[in-house]
Design a protein around this ligand. Structure first.
Ligand code: DX5
Ligand code: ZN
Length: 219
């Protein structure tokens, strides 16, 4: 099954409720939390995400690009986010943190920057609901898709298949109507797209075009 999660990093920050309503067929609303420390950019914090949750008809897929995730990630789960993804590079104890998120009722995701080796995490895949392989360096929307990350996607897919676990394999960064098929062929099933969705005249139609491209069907 394919999931399309538009990133509101590319939406109009003065009109987020309106823009979330413009992606009504999305599976999740992808929310990029940045602290200007883990990445050199600053976006939303906990209060903002809580409010977005209240106005969104779709569940939130929170992507934490922040330090100190052991302290903060559970707060996002407590605030009602359906999915909370933290970066592997930001914690010494990813399995313990994933267990804490699940105990709070959230899906637990682990994200890998383009240069991060997936191997240390593959033996623990059953502890996670989602692996996010970044297809750009995290921090900014509108960057070009990094083909060099596809071997990581393929390796994680192999491990998911070998472990017969139901882990979603997400890609994020530079996803458009072409790169989505490249990532799909490498093994991804969950796609974040910011610019490709919100720069379109009709974001809802664009979500369905991306879904069709990923599934190989016409909308
Ligand atoms: C980048 C963010 C992405 C970003 C994707 O650090 O994690 O979610 O919004 O934007 P596009 O699709 O424009 O690359
Ligand atoms: Zn993201």
């Amino acid at each position: 099954m394919v999931r399309i999660n538009p990133s509101i990093l590319a939406a109009d920050f003065a009109n987020l409720e309106r823009d979330i309503a413009r992606i009504s067929t999305a599976d999740f609303v992808h929310v990029d939390v940045m602290d200007n420390h883990f990445v050199p950019n600053l976006t939303f914090g906990l209060q903002m995400v809580q409010r977005l949750q209240e106005v969104s008809a779709r569940p939130l897929d929170v992507h934490l690009m922040i330090d100190d995730v052991d302290r903060w990630a559970p707060e996002y789960a407590r605030s009602g986010a359906s999915s909370v993804t933290f970066h592997a590079e930001a914690t010494e104890q990813p399995v313990e943190l994933a267990r804490a998120l699940r105990a709070l009722g959230a899906r637990a995701g682990i994200a890998l920057k383009p240069g991060t080796d997936p191997e240390p995490y593959l033996a623990h895949l059953h502890e996670f609901d989602q692996v996010l392989v970044m297809t750009v360096e995290p921090g900014f929307g509108g960057q070009g898709f990094m083909h060099s990350t596809m071997p990581t996607v393929t390796r994680v897919r192999e491990a998911i298949t070998a472990g017969a676990t139901d882990v979603w394999l997400q890609v994020d960064g530079g996803i458009d109507l072409h790169s989505i098929t490249v990532a799909r062929d490498a093994g991804a099933d969950t796609f974040v797209a910011g610019s490709a969705v919100f720069r379109a005249d009709d974001p809802t139609a664009q979500v369905e075009l991306l879904r069709a491209a990923a599934t190989g069907h016409r909308p």
